[in-house]
Every structure is written in C-alpha cells, then in structure tokens.
Design a protein. Structure first.
Length: 246
C-alpha cells in the first residue's frame, strides 16, 4: 500500500486519466476526492472506484468553488497530502480562428485552475509536513502542433508553473511535478471524432504503435505521490509512446 494514510484531490476525476489515477490511488491505500463539473459522472465514477473515493462537484474554472472543495476534502478525510491537477479543455484552432472567449476559457481552466487549487492546498500540505502536487501537462508543453495554439500555450504554462512552484516550495517538502502525455484514449479525444485517415496519421506519430490508455498514466502518478519520488521535484515526465523521441 504505497499511499496508505494519504488523502488526495484529483480534478477532472469523473473519467479518463483522472478517474484512472483516482482508482490507482485508492488501490494503493489513499483516500481520494474526485472533482469535476458533472455531478452524475462523478458519482458514477466514485461508485465504480469504491470505498475510499468521494465525489465533490466543483469547477476549477470558478474561483468560488475552490475553497468549498478543499473544505469538503478536510471534512471527509481530515487532511490533504496530494493534489492532481488533471482538469483541462482542448479547443482546436489557430491564432486566427480562435476567439478571445476560446483563449480565456482555455487559460481559465488549464492554467488558472491549476494555480487556484494549488494555492488553496499549500497551507494544508505544509500542515501535513509536505506533499505532492502533480500537474497534467502534455507533449505540447514543449512541442507545437497544428490547430493547437491555445492548448499548447496553456500546457507550456502548466510546465512552467510546475518548475517555479517546485523551486518555491522545495524546502517545505512540497514537491511539484508534471506528467506530459501524448494522445490518450479519453472522452476528450473521442470528442474530436477522428476519421480513419486522421487516426492513422496520429497513430504514426507514436513509435510504439498505439495510443495510450488512462491506466498508462496512472502508475506514474502513484510514483510521484509516493515516498519513492521524495527526491524528485520540478520534473516533467513524457508518457507518450515515443512521441517526443523522433
């Protein structure tokens, strides 16, 4: 039980990578609050994950939702040791096609959401004697891609938040790291409805020959939440089937 007696918050925990991370944490003995905007999806996920998982609806894009989420976690489980900032949106487009609202929505959730929740939990991580903040970036934190200008910019910001916070809070034993996946089979990816040609093109970008599954990411999150990574902070891990190895 690598995460025994720990408590974690996982944003975007109702499906995909967030749900897989929450399930892996619970299997390792952690108590987990999953959060997101869709209460029905969250409750269904919590039932599937089982004992030790609590659903608390909240929108990291809404500043007023953050403190109630933290308070619900403290009331339910008595502390906070780990936060996984997984919630995100991907609005496809170029610098010309995207609107002001598209950019504001992307950065409000993908960047400000990470900052809001991380800031809110810092006092509780200090009270616990340290902890782990795990941010979900992307291979596009460091690479470009067609029709992904706002998303890539936001995930680049997530990586830099990770590095700066790691330096700021290292002496407090608060570690901050970033997981950078390539294409993972999630609801968000399915929503783009790739035809056979587009899917083949994207598959060809992954030398390993297939897209990732949410469970391919969850093991690294367990490692970064555990004492096995106690001397690791400010790091970015590509989980990408070789995408960045070309």
């Amino acid at each position: 039980m690598r995460l025994a007696n720990q408590v974690a918050i996982v944003t975007g925990g109702g499906s995909g990578i967030g749900k897989a991370i929450a399930a892996a944490f619970v299997r390792e003995g952690c108590k987990v609050v999953i959060t997101g905007r869709n209460a029905d999806k969250l409750n269904h996920a919590a039932r599937e994950i089982g004992t030790g998982c609590l659903a608390v609806p909240a929108d990291v894009g809404n500043p007023q939702d953050i403190q109630p989420l933290v308070e619900a976690t403290l009331a339910g489980f008595g502390g906070i040791n780990t936060v996984v900032n997984n919630a995100g949106v991907l609005l496809a487009g170029t610098a010309e096609s995207l609107t002001e609202d598209d950019w504001q929505q992307t950065f409000n959730i993908n960047v400000l959401g990470v900052w809001r929740l991380s800031r809110a939990v810092l006092p509780h991580l200090r009270a616990a004697g340290g902890g782990s903040i795990i941010n979900l970036g992307s291979v596009l934190s460091t690479l470009g891609a067609r029709n992904r200008v706002a998303y890539a910019a936001s995930k680049g910001a997530v990586l830099q938040i990770t590095r700066a916070m790691a330096v700021d809070h290292a002496l407090e034993k608060i570690r901050v790291n970033c997981i950078c996946p390539a294409i993972v089979e999630t609801d968000m990816v399915a929503g783009f409805g790739m035809d056979a040609t587009a899917r083949a093109q994207r598959l060809a970008m992954h030398p390993i020959g297939h897209f990732g599954q949410p469970e391919d990411v969850s093991g690294l999150a367990v490692f970064l939440a555990s004492d096995e990574s106690k001397w690791i902070t400010g790091a970015a891990y590509n989980v990408d089937g070789g995408y960045t190895a070309w």
